[in-house]
Write a protein that binds this ligand. Structure first.
Ligand SMILES: O=C(O)c1ccc(O)c(O)c1
Ligand SMILES: [Mg+2]
Length: 632
């Protein structure tokens, strides 16, 4: 299937839009009339620019308030249409979108509208043009694609078809089964958009909050499956009205858009292979993950010493060194942390740019090569670094903030990563074991504007789902928090989007010069044992306000002796229908990174969102004030 995107979806002038759209790999573009009207070149030149960019104009739109008008308005509408037909011919496109009228002058009636379209079809046919009719969700008489289809059916003209737009159909919760009854060749174009479920006026929702398929909450895949079942084989065209996107990098939004369409086609293929076989990109299925094999920190010189002391205090033991690079492996209960202080290469660059930073995440997958193949099919960048003789070439891609993701599988010699690339070293005097058994989750902080990009990145490449977005209140502003998890919960990721640079997350993004992992949460088999070990080892724990515990005791009706234990150890507590949750935080290090230690009992599912403001307040007490605040 061909991919297309409306110019209205991204930022810049028409020239900038076209170049970003072409670069992202689209086949075509919808010319939104305003983008043309505000541009200085002639229609012929614009048409040539589009073709020079290797694109095709899939649609000219919108043409408004056409059908159902009484005279003399009706004749005026036809005159207007003829002018736009002239323009289309100069641009070099044959399809125009007419959206359902919102004019108070328009008169209802399916047959009246059908007669108008039959005549418009005649006029279009004379010029070799076609017209597609779209039901706007807020159209005056027509706001449902079933009615639009009935008008098109009765107009009964080969040059008149229907244009389906997922937003208009799904925002009204119209059953997508109704699409299956439309013959595919009567559908002239399919426009796609998703949107978050927020209760508001539909027009406002549509004009400001649309996003890429997969980024929102609408059942766009089901919509697309219904479309595919009709045999429709024309372009899939994104039409995304979103203020944030229009203010963002055109290239980045265009890349997200293309990724969303490739992923959507793949989803349709996986749901109904026979319907779209041979018409969608061939790529490995969404990647199942089996946990985090390692986390690698970049830390040169003094910073490496700081990290080593911290890991040691957290109960980790230095167990091995890389065979050729200055990388140390710290281990505890199945958790592998790497400290890379090599003086050249990727980690060095990351350290110079960000300070101490998580520069690499190693994920366990079934097939590392297939993982990179899927990521590349979705427009991600693969990464290859210089390796020494006999060392493993570990498949990798670039992720958030330019950081790496490496993939480890058991079907190749990658399984022997620790034996092949590392040499054991003499164990040091043991520290108290902190009962850590794994990595529960990692949290990445970024600017709020980047969140949808990375959400799509993760949920398109991996077999993982997003949870509803949560607002976390930081005294300096709101932080949006988005959980991404896989079915077996071995892949748990939190994306934190900061809108304000003075929040704990925002300050981290500012100080570490970009988006990165801000915190790592280790799973403990016994949080009280963890707390004891941390204390013995001199690990700097985050002190929680005593007031928190008074409230906690009241809220859950806790036994005072139990809450006193929590208080003494600075453990935060939560409960859901299933189980209990215990959290303990370390103080920030580096440019604002921190560690968390947690225990889930009886299948607690959340992340302690309720406790986040208390953790943030405690962090603020420990943090040095930001420079901007000092001078304010
Ligand atoms: O918001 C609008 O007016 C508008 C215009 C054209 C479209 O294709 C559409 O879906 C919405
Ligand atoms: Mg539309």
């Amino acid at each position: 299937m061909k991919t297309s995107i409306a110019t209205v979806s991204i930022s810049g002038d028409l020239k900038e839009k076209l170049s970003a759209i072409a670069l992202a790999g689209f086949d075509g573009v919808e010319i939104f009339e305003n983008d043309f009207l505000t541009f200085d070149e002639t229609p012929a030149t614009v048409g040539q620019m589009v073709r020079d960019a290797g694109l095709q104009i899939t649609l000219f739109q919108p043409f408004r308030d056409f059908e159902g008008l009484p005279e003399p308005h009706r004749s005026r509408a036809f005159d207007r249409a003829e002018r736009k037909f002239d323009l289309m011919q100069e641009l070099g496109t044959d399809l125009m979108l007419v959206c359902s009228s919102i004019s108070p002058l328009s008169i209802g009636g399916i047959d009246r509208a059908a007669a108008d379209f039959a005549e418009l079809g005649e006029r279009a046919q004379k010029r070799g043009l076609r017209v597609g009719y779209e039901a706007l969700a807020w159209g005056r008489h027509i706001n449902d694609h079933r009615d639009a289809w009935e008008i098109v059916r009765r107009a009964d003209h080969p040059n008149i078809g229907i244009i389906l737009d997922s937003f208009h159909t799904l925002s009204h919760k119209i059953d997508v089964k109704s699409i299956r009854a439309i013959p595919g060749d009567r559908i002239f174009l399919v426009q796609l958009a998703d949107a978050p479920l927020i209760a508001m006026d539909t027009l406002y929702w549509s004009r400001h909050f649309r996003n890429m398929p997969g980024q929102g909450d609408l059942p766009v895949r089901e919509f697309m499956q219904a479309v595919a079942s009709t045999g429709y084989d024309g372009p899939l065209s994104l039409e995304i009205f979103n203020d944030q996107f229009r203010g963002a990098s055109a290239r980045s939004i265009a890349r997200d858009g293309h990724r969303s369409l490739v992923n959507l086609m793949d989803q349709v293929y996986r749901a109904e292979p026979e319907v779209v076989r041979g018409r969608v990109p061939n790529m490995p299925a969404p990647i199942e993950t089996f946990g985090i094999e390692f986390i690698q920190f970049a830390a040169g010189g003094e910073a490496a010493g700081e990290l080593s002391r911290l890991f040691k205090a957290a109960g980790f033991t230095r167990t091995a060194k890389h065979v050729s690079k200055d990388i140390t492996l710290w281990r505890q209960g199945g958790v592998n942390l790497l400290v890379n202080s090599h003086t050249s290469g990727f980690a060095r660059t990351a350290f110079l740019a960000h300070g101490i930073t998580v520069c690499d995440i190693g994920l366990k997958v079934e097939d590392a090569g297939a993982t990179v193949a899927r990521a590349e099919a979705l427009g991600a960048e693969s990464f290859v670094e210089f390796i020494g003789p006999g060392e493993l070439s570990i498949p990798a891609i670039r992720g958030l903030g330019g950081g790496l993701m490496h993939f480890i599988d058991e079907m190749s010699e990658l399984e022997q990563l620790w034996e092949i690339d590392f040499r054991s070293i003499e164990p040091e005097a043991p520290v108290a074991d902190a009962a850590l058994i794994g990595i529960d989750h990692i949290a990445q902080s970024m600017l709020h504007d980047e969140m949808l990009t990375w959400l799509l990145f993760y949920i398109s490449i991996f077999d993982a789902e997003k949870a509803p977005m949560v607002d976390v209140v930081d005294p300096a502003g709101l932080v949006r928090s988005q959980v991404i998890e896989n079915g077996n919960k071995s892949f748990r990721l939190i994306l934190n989007g900061a809108e304000n640079p003075r929040t704990v997350a925002g300050q981290f993004v500012a100080e570490s010069f970009g988006s990165a992992v801000q915190h790592i949460a280790f799973a403990s088999s016994d949080i009280f044992k963890t707390a004891d070990a941390l204390e013995k080892n001199g690990f700097p724990v985050l002190a929680i306000s005593p007031n928190y515990y008074d409230d906690l005791e009241a809220r859950f009706g806790l036994d005072p002796a139990f809450s006193a234990r929590l208080r003494a150890a600075n453990i935060l507590y939560d409960r859901d229908e299933d189980g209990e949750f215990f959290q303990l935080y370390g103080r920030s290090f580096g440019e604002g990174l921190f560690l968390e230690f947690l225990e889930r009992r009886n299948g607690y599912r959340g992340y302690g969102a309720y406790n986040a403001p208390f953790r943030i307040a405690a962090q603020k007490r420990h943090l040095k004030p930001a420079a901007s605040l000092e001078t304010a």
